[in-house]
Design a protein around this ligand. Structure first.
Ligand code: NAD
Ligand code: GLY
Length: 374
């Protein structure tokens, strides 16, 4: 196959292993990449009303050239539509168009499209092939890899879903050129997360190279995405289903706070990456409060996130509302909050013995900084 320069990583899951291809201008090669992987000819391209006008035609052509028959299914754009009724419209289209078990659902878009398409693929006819073409930075470094799929419930984020791995992830960094700046910055929050939980050298590289990344320098982008995907692939290969005692839960740094922030704010008000940035600062502050990490680590985390222009101040909701929303998160086990805390840059730990009072004080500390009554 002749194609543009690209690199391939593998998520090693035995017979369900799959490649993550990373490069620039890869979309025209998509059909050739998928040809040897997919048994059937039917491909439903699931996208949304923002991404489809930008990339659908290219993807359709690339697939049709290789003999695939394509059907485009467009969802409305936004986190607020990652819901059961919109999943139902996807199933309607598949059934009306006689999609069979050998078919493939291909997600073309950010994490919302990816999570919904993956859940549809996991459940339609008890499971059909699934391919991820992530087009946001956040989805390229996190959401498209590892097989977490699902939808939101009014009472909590991602509460309904399934683990279901794709057959391939194809990351074309060229798609990031059309991504709004605010979305790019939100993606950087998840990039920084990997440095905090796993790799201090990577965190240092981000401190050094952030300006180039903000300018979308292609080599830097590819190298950064590759590092994130390498970490994620290793974590997922070792602990696919976020088991007790495994490492996958480390990827949730800031997410228990962040999911509460998203739920309380109303889906779509804050971007997922923005809520995660606030949540990571809260988790770092809590870690410091408990004597797990020094003030310098917290300051470096705050500083790097702030250089991305990310909001770090949690929105003002009553502390009890925060605690209740956090208690509904999937990370709760036997009624105890499972929190990811920071021991040092590059080293995180999962704890379920954190006194609720310390969590309460951390939330209060953030809310007091907003100047609003708590
Ligand atoms: P998103 O999917 O809402 O995309 C952000 C915005 O960018 C949308 O308006 C989208 O239409 C637009 N967009 C996408 N690609 C574009 C492009 N190339 N050019 C122009 N506009 C483009 O948000 P996201 O940040 O990608 O993903 C967030 C979602 O991912 C959340 O629902 C979160 O829960 C989920 N998530 C899942 C996992 C996982 O492991 N499954 C991990 C992290 C986040
Ligand atoms: N985004 C967290 C995970 O995939 O486990």
């Amino acid at each position: 196959m002749s194609h543009t320069l690209s690199e391939t990583l593998t998520v090693d899951l035995g017979s369900r292993s799959y490649p993550i291809v990373i490069g620039s201008r890869l979309l025209p090669q998509l059909g050739a990449y998928l040809q040897p992987l997919l048994p059937g000819r039917q491909v439903a391209i699931v996208s949304n009303t923002t991404v489809a006008p930008l990339y659908l035609e290219q993807v359709e052509e690339a697939l049709q050239q290789q003999g695939f028959a394509t059907l485009a299914i467009l969802l409305p754009d936004g986190e607020a539509y990652k819901t059961w009724p919109h999943l139902q419209t996807l199933f309607d289209a598949l059934i009306q168009n006689h999609f069979e078990r050998s078919a493939t659902l291909l997600a073309l878009g950010g994490g919302v499209v990816g999570d919904m398409t993956g859940f549809a693929a996991a459940t339609f006819l008890r499971g059909v092939n699934f391919v991820q073409i992530p087009t946001t930075l956040l989805a390229q470094v996190d959401a498209s890899v590892g097989g977490k799929t699902g939808i939101n419930h009014a009472l909590g984020k991602n509460l309904i879903g399934a683990f279901y791995q794709p057959r391939q992830v194809l990351i074309d960094v060229q798609t990031l050129t059309t991504l709004p700046v605010r979305e790019r910055l939100a993606g950087l929050a998840e990039v920084i997360k990997y440095g905090i939980i796993w790799d201090e050298t990577f965190f240092q590289r981000l401190e050094r190279d952030l300006d180039g990344l903000l300018l979308l320098q292609q080599e830097l982008l590819i190298e950064t995405i590759r590092t994130c995907c390498t970490i994620k692939a290793a974590v997922v290969a070792a602990d696919e289903r976020e088991s007790e005692g495994g490492h996958r839960a480390l990827l949730n740094l800031g997410h228990t706070f962040g999911h509460a922030i998203e739920t309380l704010s109303g889906y779509g008000q804050l971007l997922h990456g923005e809520a995660v940035a606030m949540g990571m600062v809260m988790a770092a502050d809590l870690s410091h409060r408990l004597g797990l990490c020094g003030a310098e680590a917290v300051a470096r985390i705050r500083q790097l996130l702030a250089r991305c222009g990310l909001p770090l101040q949690a929105p003002a909701f009553p502390v009890d509302a925060y605690l209740e929303a956090m208690g509904r998160d999937k990370k709760v086990l036997d009624g105890a909050l499972r929190l990811v805390l920071v021991q040092a840059i590059g080293q995180a730990v999962i704890r379920r013995d954190i006194p609720l009072e310390s969590v309460r004080q951390t939330i209060q500390q953030h809310l007091q900084a907003t100047g609003k009554p708590v």
